[in-house]
Design a protein around this ligand. Structure first.
Ligand SMILES: [Mg+2]
Length: 378
């Protein structure tokens, strides 16, 4: 009984979208399609099963396709972890990063599945496996997310959000209709006087556009909380210029993947906040590293997602619950697909603007095999 990994399985799925969450990236590339994700299942020689998930999204920097992720897991990553003791996750991540030249997307689902299995073996929820929640309180604050949509739909969403007690909002901007985006921000600000409003342009603006539009939206919002990724991911100088020209804190998302990225952005004074996503860091091991590097440079963090289904959302929540660097409300538990593929959907559905992560060993999710059979593609 050594708890070695015996198999690593990559399962491609396609789950239709129920509530589209359009961004400046998706509206310019045909709209949000189905959730073409990859589930990862590792099994140990003692019969313990660990689950992970990858949301590939090829329009993203390093995003890849679902097929590419499946191939890389099967051909490059599985051989690195099979027959290895399951607890050597950091050692595995070092080797996988070299094997994939730092490509994080195929890695994060396997890192996630290893943590799930190890948590079950040690009888600890993943947030405890990672060191525990601050003040022993594994709860996370949630915001209400509003994608790019028509003003009619925005008004209805803002009513729903107000009734549910939300005061923190994340709004997607950078689309083709800036007037509508201004109206969205005005609707929130007028309906919810104590609203904290943040915007995410997903690289949709030039520096000049960003400076003008951030100033305009800051005025309409009576003070934006932050602006996320206003300019393209590789325009580091542009990000810095937006930061210098406006009073709104700048959050780096597509521009910041690794611990080295976080250090570089901090040293160059490019941003005020770092967005951590397991997809960008390559999983939980490096997510901890990015949080430490950001914190050492005085930068707080935000926990983001790639719209993962139930398995990935649970992993995101465990990390958000354990990391003291993450101080902003998050939308990681929003599921936009018709099915999250897990049995525990009710337990993982937030009721209001805070959520307590379950203390079940591992991630606290099991696959719904009927749903998996319905949505898997081979
Ligand atoms: Mg973002």
């Amino acid at each position: 009984m050594t708890n070695r990994v015996t198999t690593v399985e990559a399962i491609p799925v396609s789950v239709p979208t129920e509530t589209p969450y359009e961004t400046s990236l998706s509206v310019t590339t045909g709209g949000q399609g189905p959730h073409d994700h990859v589930l990862v299942r590792v099994v140990t020689d003692t019969g313990v099963v660990g689950l992970g998930e990858v949301a590939p999204l090829a329009t993203w920097p390093h995003g890849l396709t679902r097929t590419a992720v499946v191939d890389l897991i099967q051909e490059k990553i599985a051989p690195l972890v099979e027959n290895e003791p399951i607890h050597r996750i950091r050692n595995f991540v070092d080797r996988a990063e070299r094997a994939l030249s730092g490509e994080p997307f195929p890695l994060y689902g396997v890192d996630m599945a290893l943590h799930d299995a190890l948590g079950k073996i040690r009888n600890l929820p993943v947030y405890d496996l990672l060191g525990g929640a601050p003040d022993n309180d594994p709860s996370i604050d949630l915001h209400y997310s509003i994608g790019i949509k028509t003003p009619d739909k925005v008004r209805k969403e803002v009513r729903d959000a107000r009734e549910a007690g939300y005061t923190a909002f994340k709004v997607k901007v950078g689309g083709p209709d800036f007037d509508a985006e201004q109206e969205t921000i005005a609707t929130i600000a007028e309906s919810i006087p104590d609203a904290r409003i943040r915007i995410d342009a997903n690289q949709g603006w030039s520096v000049a556009e960003a400076v003008n539009r951030v100033r305009a939206l800051d005025e309409v919002a009576d003070g934006l909380t932050l602006i996320e990724q206003p300019v393209p991911f590789d325009d580091i100088e542009g990000l810095k210029r937006v930061r210098q020209a406006t009073d709104v804190p700048v959050l780096a998302d597509e521009s910041c993947f690794s611990p080295a990225d976080a250090a570089t952005l901090a040293r160059q004074g490019v941003c005020d906040i770092i967005n951590i996503k397991l997809a960008k860091t390559g999983g939980l091991v490096r997510a901890c590293d990015v949080a430490v590097v950001a914190d050492a440079h005085g930068l707080p963090c935000f926990m983001g997602s790639m719209l993962e289904l139930g398995v990935g959302a649970a992993a995101n929540a465990h990390f958000a619950a354990t990391s003291p660097a993450i101080i902003y409300p998050t939308g990681i538990l929003n599921i936009h697909a018709v099915n999250s593929l897990i049995e525990e959907r009710g337990r993982w559905t937030p009721d209001g603007d805070t959520f307590t992560v379950p203390d079940t060993p591992g991630l606290g999710v099991t696959l719904n095999e009927d749903a998996l059979n319905r949505y898997r593609v081979d």
